[in-house]
Design a binder for this molecule. Structure first.
Ligand code: PBG
Length: 334
């Protein structure tokens, strides 16, 4: 090391370990890698379709042929897991979401095609009814619009089994009904899907950050002015997240999720400290949109900002992150 000009005061200098790139790398506590990033994919019916999503710049709804091409690209940059979300035609949406568990449904057939071509890729499939209900809620409603927990669970179990039968690696209930993890686990065991994992969206807050996603899967219009506050968590609560995760783990979840990510870093950190289990975080559509749209105005370096954001989520305690930036960030890291 070079001798520097004379200074007096401290001999304990924190800046010593920041003084060169290599020393910073040597002591770095958190390192983000492509395998920590999970890319969500929006699926649509039909062939040769690649539709823009106005609320989500640079993200498309893909028919399965395009999705397979996109997945090829993802694997090339080191992505090992994807999460699937369907946009179902309005004509197939019903009060009781029958389309959700059809063996020849969009998600079920897509999982088969994806696993045929990419057997090692981890496919995460979302279990919830919002893409399939005419009212856009994640569950079945009564006359007053209240979401019926147990009736919804019966359908979620069928949906989960249909995903497992199609070859899904990780079933991800994002609906926030009580008791569904236990019922889904029981059904998977009964049908000998012993290694099918359950990723529970355990601490899922009722959040304005989901707006662009609802537009992407077409539930925004269906939902109208109603909200999801009777089942998704109140963002004012911290202790409640610990109870939710505790329950889901005891019911048989293998992995748990916190969502949205950046507004809830304290929750991720609490949960990691408390449970020592793999926590995933969902950097959701609104979080993506805010960065993407600002980046398009060149107010900051997109690449640096995204890597900083995702690294902070990992530092808080997330093992992996579902993010619409997965592909781009993986490319930047390569
Ligand atoms: C609902 C679901 C939502 C997301 C994934 N699954 C949001 C909602 O409650 O409407 C949000 C994902 C995102 O915003 O990126 N089952």
């Amino acid at each position: 090391m070079k001798k520097l000009s004379k200074q007096s005061f401290p001999s304990l200098r924190m800046r010593r370990l920041r003084s060169t790139d290599n020393i910073r790398r040597l002591v770095r506590e958190t390192k983000l890698a492509p395998e920590n990033l999970i890319q969500p994919i929006f699926l649509s019916d039909g062939k040769n379709k690649k539709e823009k999503i106005s609320s989500m710049p640079d993200i498309f709804r893909l028919s399965i042929d395009h999705a397979l091409k996109e997945i090829k690209k993802l694997t090339t940059v080191g992505i090992i897991a994807i999460a699937l979300f369907p946009k179902i035609a309005a004509s197939k949406k019903t009060l009781n979401a029958e389309e959700a568990y059809k063996p020849d449904g969009l998600v079920q057939t897509s999982i088969k095609k994806i696993k045929d071509k990419f057997p090692d890729l981890l496919v995460i499939s979302d279990v919830a009814l919002d893409p399939y209900t005419s009212h856009g809620q994640d569950g079945i409603i009564d006359k007053k619009g209240y979401i019926l927990n147990d009736d919804t669970n019966n359908i979620l179990v069928k949906q989960a089994l249909s995903h497992a039968e199609s070859g899904s690696d990780i079933i991800a209930p994002s609906d926030m009904m009580d008791g569904r993890i236990k019922l889904i686990r029981k059904e998977l065991e009964k049908n000998q899907f012993y290694n099918t994992k359950i990723l529970s969206y355990s601490a899922k807050y009722s959040s304005s950050y989901y707006g662009p996603f609802r537009d992407a899967i077409g539930s925004l219009k269906a939902l109208g002015k109603s909200d999801k506050k009777t089942y998704q968590m109140d963002y004012s609560n911290r202790n409640e997240a610990i109870r939710e995760i505790d329950l889901d783990l005891r019911e048989g979840a293998d992995l748990v999720m916190v969502k949205p990510a950046i507004p809830n870093l304290d929750i991720i950190s609490d949960l990691k400290e408390t449970f020592k289990v793999p926590i995933l975080a969902y950097h959701v559509s609104g979080e993506y949109f805010m960065i993407k749209s600002a980046a398009k105005k060149n107010v900051f370096n997109e690449r640096d900002l995204v890597i900083e954001t995702l690294t902070s989520i990992k530092r808080a305690g997330a093992s992996s992150i579902i993010t619409y930036y997965a592909k781009e960030a993986a490319k930047w890291m390569n």
